[in-house]
Design a protein around this ligand. Structure first.
Ligand code: NAD
Length: 512
């Protein structure tokens, strides 16, 4: 079991921080077989506060064995959807009962502002409730073929699912994969991101309190190239649901090809936010600022390229710069903080390097670009706005994944669409216009998996979620998630007089 450190690393540390984070395999908290660990730090002091078990192929093999036993011999895949749903609702109850602790741990470990971390904890509970209810309502399909046949489908869980998650909103994204895979009847091995293992350490108690059978969820911590790669390579794991960078997704696809695994890939983005001159500009401004600076800008669907019609460009850029300068950057645990600390010094350096690249490329830095003067330590960057960004620039093309936004002018609708489509990504898009006919046209022409028209990013869990182009493969959300985690086999039944063709039934015919 984990211990509690008596001396928090810095002021503001949440109560109950573990000094050690272990794997959870077959219902037991275990260290790595190799005994190896890695240190985890918070993004404000950047001082280690916990040792985390560093999993490798042996730990993954043990976790897959436990998940396989639970799948082949345990009750979980054989339970009625209603009974599984009861447990998923109990998981949601257990999350809600400790949502403040989840939010505190998340803010501490990731640097997300506590107010936003609270929203993510509630959303995690909602993911479990949603997929519990969905599964109860989901029946198999039947098709009558005239008078002769009835066909019906048998939906069944595929087996052990490998879930690999990133460090932005870790607990919520873990729940986004756990809830549908469990609802479908799979057993799982989860590999949380190595920079943010803390909130996943709360999962075992939550799952046990809810009555989830042993071995159904197994958690292996570790470095992506070791623990994650071992999970992808394991022949006993037929499915991998991955969220992370596009380049990691490509590596995973290559490795998964050896065993023809089912893949769901939720990858990177560089999403456009298009503001037409006729838009409600106050709303568009609120949506643009929230769209790129919420969740520290470490958000796959961030509207990180704002395209603004030329006639309102100067005015909009000035207002955007003013608002960005007012975004409250501060300690993650402070409820008034809007933009917290970036997750890790390595990522912080990467984001700052993009600021240097933007300046060197000749973009106009109109807000932020450096550490706020009042925050001497920690991975803090002021909300940063680059104007006059052109499509050739790297800051226009590459995902920065931090509080940095590019602004580019456009002339007319076709110019806006051309600019919006001129990166390799296609995850989200945001369109602001009061001409609804044009809004629908642009929503259709911009090549993205999801588009919000006159709206910030609010998702209904029934809708398909996923990117196109380099932003992903497949869609999750609603029944799409259940389709991913289940086989749908079909049985064709003759009910009428359905005589097969009579090959070889002509006795008189002989070959010469
Ligand atoms: P990452 O790709 O570095 O890591 C994601 C996960 O993959 C981690 O658990 C990591 O340990 C693991 N991993 C790394 N290398 C691996 C390998 N070779 N084999 C198996 N697993 C491996 O991504 P990140 O930096 O943690 O997250 C940020 C990225 O995630 C951004 O690109 C962001 O856009 C993307 N993201 C996408 C979505 C979406 O839904 N499309 C949502 C959130 C984040």
């Amino acid at each position: 079991m984990t211990e509690t450190i008596s001396q928090p690393a810095r002021l503001g540390a949440p109560a109950g921080l573990p000094a050690e984070i272990l794997h959870y395999i077959g219902g037991r908290h275990v260290p790595s077989r190799s005994g190896r660990t890695f240190a985890n730090a918070d993004p404000v002091s950047n001082q280690p506060y916990a040792d985390v078990a560093a999993g490798d192929s042996e730990d993954v093999a043990a976790a897959v064995a436990a998940a396989t036993r639970a799948f082949e011999h345990g009750p979980w895949p054989r339970m009625l959807p209603r009974d599984r749903a009861r447990i998923l609702h109990a998981i949601a109850d257990a999350i809600e009962a400790r949502d403040e602790q989840i939010a505190e741990f998340e803010a501490w470990d990731t640097g997300l502002p506590i107010a936003q971390a609270r929203g993510q904890a509630r959303r995690a509970a909602e993911n479990f409730r949603f997929f519990a209810d969905l599964m109860i309502g989901l029946g198999d399909e039947a098709f009558r073929v005239g008078e002769s046949q009835i066909n019906y489908t048998l939906r069944e869980p595929i087996g052990v699912a490998g879930l690999i998650t990133p460090w932005n909103t870790p607990f919520m994204l873990e729940s986004w994969k756990l809830a549908p895979s469990l609802a479908a009847g799979c057993t799982v091995v989860l590999k949380p991101a190595e920079w943010t293992p803390l909130s996943a350490s709360l999962l075992p108690a939550i799952l046990e309190e809810a009555g989830l059978p042993e071995g159904v969820v197994n958690i292996v911590h570790g470095i992506g190239e070791e623990a994650g790669a071992a999970l992808v390579a394991h022949p006993g794991v037929p499915l991998i649901s991955f969220t992370g960078e596009t380049t990691t997704g490509q590596i995973i696809m290559r490795s998964a090809a050896d065993h023809l695994k089912g893949l769901s890939m939720e990858l990177g983005g560089k999403s456009p936010c298009i503001v037409f001159a006729d838009a409600d500009l106050d709303r568009a401004l609120d949506g643009s600022v929230f769209g790129v600076f919420s969740l520290n800008g470490e958000r796959c669907t961030a509207g990180s390229r704002i395209l603004v019609q030329r006639s309102i460009y100067d005015q909009f850029v000035a207002r955007l710069a003013e608002r960005a300068a007012n975004v409250v950057v501060g300690p993650p645990e402070d409820p008034s903080t809007e933009l917290g600390a970036l997750v890790h010094p390595e990522h912080y350096e990467r984001v700052k390097e993009y600021v240097r690249i933007g300046v060197a490329e000749g973009a106009s830095l109109v807000a932020g670009g450096s550490r706020p003067a009042h925050l001497a330590e920690g991975n803090y960057l002021a909300a940063t706005v680059f104007a006059d960004v052109t499509p050739e620039m790297r800051i226009f093309q590459e995902e920065i994944f931090g509080p940095v936004v590019c602004v580019t002018p456009f002339e007319d609708e076709s110019d806006a669409v051309r600019l919006a489509n001129s990166t390799k990504y296609g995850l989200a898009a945001y369109v602001w216009t009061n001409d609804l006919r044009r809004g629908h046209r642009v929503a259709a022409d911009v090549k993205s998996g999801m588009c919000w028209l006159n709206s910030h990013n609010v998702r209904d869990l029934r809708t398909p979620f996923g990117g196109i182009k380099a932003s992903g493969l497949g869609h999750e959300g609603g029944t799409h998630s259940i389709d991913f985690y289940t086989h749908q086999r079909v049985v064709h039944v003759a009910v009428g007089d359905l005589a097969p063709p009579r090959f070889g039934a002509r006795p008189a015919f002989r070959r010469r």
